[in-house]
Design a protein around this ligand. Structure first.
Ligand code: V47
Length: 371
């Protein structure tokens, strides 16, 4: 093999040795993109072969009113009567969407929203209870760590994180999505999302969830004001948390979702956002550094379907799902962002993957398919 500036990292990876922060930084800076992609693909194939996962799901964003003003966010709206495009869904509307999803074959609803100033904790419990009643089989993956903290503050009497999770689980919640991790770094936190919980708050929620046997996902929002070093530190903190969860034999992170920053409409809209190659590189480095989270997801809504497809040979093994509606980022301005099962499977097959429908815990879903 020709000499590469990352030959030593390639050797470590091939030997199954763990990479460190310095390796991660060099991978981010290396010009040898082909070796990087090849290594990420090697690790992906060791774990999953060519199996490539998707699910039939529906994302539901229950309100865009939010107490926070994170600079990277284009979704939040102030809670005022003169906000033209502010909205909040009723429990009935949410259940209706969940029912439609279940009828269309969905196995999961992914429910998140802004921090609403005056919806009570009962609203969130009712969402879970009513969906559970209407669609007993549907997996409810809902509420990011910051929402869980918000519920603990608004509940009367106030509740601990554990009590909030307990009540939500009793009402029907199954797992937590990975949102809101952003970048675990005090500088980035202070500059881009200072009123949101930071590293400790986010990990506390996921640690308690894992201790309780509630599985969750992890994210990293990249391509805004963070440095390469801050990305690497973020990924290594997720890896350390996962080590601890696995050692406890409790629940753990199922997947890691690196989310490319989409500037349009945000308070950081002067930034360009990450390039296609930066997205691919970040997904590949995530696969190589975070060796203990089984699945690396390219969320096609944010990565674009075309790049998500390419990433399937760069360490990624999961595309998320049919989605249907998505309000948090909408590059074309339209919240209807849907891929059919046929489209997802065609993307995967063309990339040399074997499409596998999964449920929220990555168990294979078997259905009769035409042809
Ligand atoms: O928490 C907000 C991010 C997240 C922008 O767990 C932005 O399986 C890009 O977490 N550009 C929500 N990203 C999405 C999310 C997610 C998506 C798909 C699957 C899973 C999973 C989780 O989106 C937010 C925030 O980190 N975000 N604004 C933006 N302008």
């Amino acid at each position: 093999m020709p000499f590469s500036e990352i030959t030593d990292i390639a050797a470590k990876t091939r030997d199954g040795q763990r990479l460190d922060a310095a390796d991660g930084i060099r991978l981010f800076r290396s010009a040898d993109l082909h070796t990087l992609g090849e290594l990420a693909n090697l690790v992906r194939e060791r774990r999953h072969g060519r199996n490539t996962y998707y699910n039939i799901n529906r994302h539901i964003n229950y309100t865009n009113y939010c107490l926070l003003r994170c600079r990277f966010c284009s979704f939040c709206r102030p809670y005022r009567t003169d906000t033209p495009d502010g909205y909040q869904l009723t429990v009935e509307q949410i259940v209706q969407q969940a029912r439609q999803a279940a009828e269309a074959g969905a196995t999961e609803v992914h429910i998140v929203g802004g921090l609403h100033p005056n919806l009570p904790f009962d609203y969130y419990l009712d969402i879970c209870r009513e969906i559970r009643l209407a669609c007993p089989q549907l997996h409810i993956k809902a509420f990011t760590a910051i929402e869980i903290v918000h519920f603990s503050r608004i509940a009367r009497p106030r509740l601990t994180i554990r009590e909030v999770l307990n009540q939500l689980r009793a009402a029907g919640l199954n797992s937590l999505p990975g949102g809101g991790a952003e970048i675990f770094d005090p500088r980035v936190h202070a500059e881009a999302f200072k009123n949101k919980i930071g590293e400790q708050g986010w990990f506390d929620v996921h640690r308690i969830a894992h201790e309780m046997g509630i599985f969750s996902n992890a994210t990293m929002l990249f391509g805004h004001i963070e440095s390469v070093e801050e990305r690497v530190n973020h990924l290594l903190k997720l890896r350390a948390h996962q080590d601890a969860s696995l050692a406890e034999q409790s629940a753990h992170f199922n997947c890691l979702v690196p989310l490319p920053f989409i500037p349009a409409g945000s308070g950081l809209s002067d930034l360009p956002g990450p390039s296609g190659l930066d997205c691919l590189r970040t997904l590949a480095v995530a696969r190589l550094l975070v060796d203990n989270i089984p699945h690396i997801k390219a969320f096609w809504v944010m990565q674009t379907p075309k790049l998500a497809q390419v990433s399937l040979n760069w360490g990624v093994d999961d595309l998320d799902g049919t989605v249907v509606w998505y309000d948090i980022t909408k590059p074309s301005g339209d919240t209807h962002q849907e891929m059919t099962v046929e489209q997802l499977r065609a993307l995967i097959t063309e990339a040399g993957g074997v499409p596998v429908e999964r449920d929220s815990l990555y168990r294979t879903v078997t259905r009769c398919r035409p042809g």
